[in-house]
Design a protein around this ligand. Structure first.
Ligand SMILES: Nc1ncnc2c1ncn2[C@@H]1O[C@H](COP(=O)(O)OP(=O)(O)OP(=O)(O)O)[C@@H](O)[C@H]1O
Ligand SMILES: [Mg+2]
Length: 301
């Protein structure tokens, strides 16, 4: 994978989430989803939000991106309150958002072409650089339907990144990909992050993926989601898959698993319906712990 420097853009932003509450519905149908969530997305760092399915991760991302307004609490970016979406923040969703009638090149260069902030030549140069980083330079003239799922995800990644938002949100962008494509995507994404060092929030329910990518983990409880613990991930960058067998990785995973297990037990004790979901997520997270796995690069991790 080539090491291409991406020009600095708007710069990385800092977001502060303070006592955010959000629920949906009224009366007996009211569902509390977020409860007093507070954490900071530190400038130029990769924060990973980990929580079980349905706990409120997307709702939280939507509140940060400005698509949802919190019922209580505040969200700020560089000290200014978030009142709606803005070009300083971009979300990459799980679903593809590539324009089917545009080629890979046209899709990736779309944002800068619309903004007209720089020359066509510079846009082409930046687009080709990014396509090269994610190994899509030979597919620049193909349409989304001619790309594999993994290629589409890579195109999607660089299509967001070329806009150099202050904060990028990745809402389970690799969910549903097969294991090998997923680990390749993690590698592409982590390299892009390490080159660019924007502020990133990545959402996942996979603990191994979370630790591999993160500078810090924000662990959420079951719904209504609260911040259970913030864990600093003490792994060096650039990240390499072999780090997933290191002592630091295993300690981090153990701490996170213990907290998630504790949470699952609480849910059972309270008779919560989604406790089963929670345990399923935990067991998924605990799978293949300490079992070296061969990655697509042929390294043991
Ligand atoms: N606009 C809405 N109206 C009503 N309920 C909603 C709305 N958005 C989310 N919810 C509910 O809030 C809860 C949390 O949903 P959310 O999508 O945030 O969870 P999640 O952690 O992202 O789930 P997943 O892991 O499946 O992506 C769910 O029970 C969902 O049904
Ligand atoms: Mg979600």
């Amino acid at each position: 994978m080539s090491q291409v420097k991406i020009a600095a853009g708007m710069g990385a932003g800092e977001m502060v989430v303070s006592k955010v509450r959000k629920g949906f519905g009224v009366g007996p149908l009211r569902k509390e989803v977020l409860c007093d969530c507070s954490f900071t997305l530190e400038r130029g760092r990769l924060t990973v939000l980990v929580g079980p399915s349905g706990c409120g991760k997307t709702t939280l991302v939507n509140a940060l991106a400005g698509y949802e307004t919190p019922d209580q609490g505040t969200v700020t970016i560089d000290g200014k309150p978030v009142h709606g979406p803005g070009p300083d923040r971009l979300v990459v969703f799980q679903e593809t958002a590539l324009f089917p009638w545009m080629t890979t090149f046209e899709n990736v260069s779309y944002g800068p072409r619309v903004q007209r902030a720089t020359s066509d030549d510079e846009i082409s140069r930046q687009t080709m650089k990014l396509l090269e980083v994610v190994g899509l330079e030979d597919f620049k003239d193909k349409y989304p339907a001619q790309l594999s799922g993994g290629m589409q995800r890579r195109a999607e990644l660089v299509r967001a990144m070329i806009n150099q938002p202050k904060v990028m949100f990745m809402d389970e962008p690799f969910r549903g990909l097969d294991a090998m494509t997923r680990s390749l995507m993690q590698e592409y994404y982590v390299r892009l992050f390490e080159e660019h060092r924007g502020t990133n929030l990545f959402v996942t329910s996979e603990l191994e993926e979370a630790i591999f990518l993160a500078d810090r983990l924000v662990l959420l409880t079951n719904r209504p989601a609260r911040v259970k613990r913030i864990i600093e991930v003490c792994l060096e960058r650039p990240r390499q898959f072999h780090m997933l067998t290191s002592r630091a990785y295993l300690d981090c995973k153990r701490e996170a698993l213990e907290l998630l297990h504790e949470e699952a037990m609480k849910s059972f004790a309270a008779g919560a319906v989604n406790a089963a979901d929670f345990l399923e997520a935990c067991s998924k997270m605990g799978q293949d712990q300490a079992q070296p796995r061969t990655t697509s690069c042929g390294q043991d991790r």
